[in-house]
Design a protein around this ligand. Structure first.
Ligand code: ZN
Length: 243
């Protein structure tokens, strides 16, 4: 037996329903795109480490005008020095910004780290308060799951920087968008206070010795963590092997 002939009359979908469906789909797409924010690209493919020089562009961060220092610039210099030390270890490093005119939301910084699929994300800042006395090492984390990484960063920085009147200020929680967005271990480091005049003088010194010392402390924290969590491959020899 064959099926009876299909006799149901095909009804046209009412036009207002079609329009409503199209509008609803478009609205959902807009909301999804808005929640995701601007798409992020990894500036250095396969980066192991994403360093985020805090602030930038129209947002200078803290400043100590008496010493001519602005946090935005210091953060970039310190991040570049840190990146150089990490690259010497054979690590691939990306920065969220390469110049001082570029600025972006904190969320976007974390998205860049995700686009790189980096192993760790470290936002580099310098601390400041109105009182000129305080100067201590501080590391911030967003989620409790990041406490072990934040502690490793704090310990490495304190080991080198907490001398004299500078003490280990421990950890503090900060619900910072970049660290919330970043899917890998994330920390925001505040190695020293640029509002402290003695520190500001060291930071402003043209030889850059203090900034290099801070960069070495940050790099030590990162390499120490990576060695304990998956290891660091030996750097590729810089010169070709003789035949
Ligand atoms: Zn800052």
């Amino acid at each position: 037996m064959t099926d009876p002939p299909h006799t149901e009359r095909r009804r046209a979908v009412p036009l207002p329903l079609v329009i409503a469906l199209v509008l609803a789909t478009a609205a959902i797409a807009v909301v999804v795109l808005w929640l995701r924010g601007p798409s992020a690209q990894c500036p250095v493919p396969r980066a192991d480490v994403v360093l985020d020089p805090g602030h930038g562009g129209e947002e200078p961060g803290a400043a100590n005008p008496a010493f001519g220092i602005v946090e935005r610039d210091l953060n970039l210099d310190t991040a570049n020095r840190t990146a150089a030390l990490l690259r010497d270890r054979g690590l691939i490093v990306a920065l969220t910004r390469e110049d001082n005119v570029t600025g972006m939301s904190t969320w976007q910084r974390g998205r860049i780290a995700n686009a790189c699929n980096a192993r760790v994300f470290v936002s580099v800042h310098h601390n400041s308060v109105s009182d000129p006395v305080p100067n201590h090492v501080l590391t911030l984390y967003a989620d409790a799951s990041d406490i072990p990484f934040a502690q490793a960063m704090e310990d490495a920085m304190a080991a080198s920087l907490a001398t004299g009147n500078i003490y280990d200020g421990g950890l503090r929680q900060l619900r910072n968008g970049g660290m919330i967005a970043a899917k890998m271990p994330a920390a925001l480091v505040e190695p020293v206070f640029l509002s402290n005049p003695e520190e500001a003088a060291r930071l402003a010194a043209p030889d850059g010795a203090r900034r290099q010392q801070i960069a070495a402390a940050i790099a030590a924290g990162i390499t120490g963590w990576l060695e304990d969590h998956g290891g660091i491959a030996s750097p590729v020899p810089a010169s070709p092997v003789a035949r």
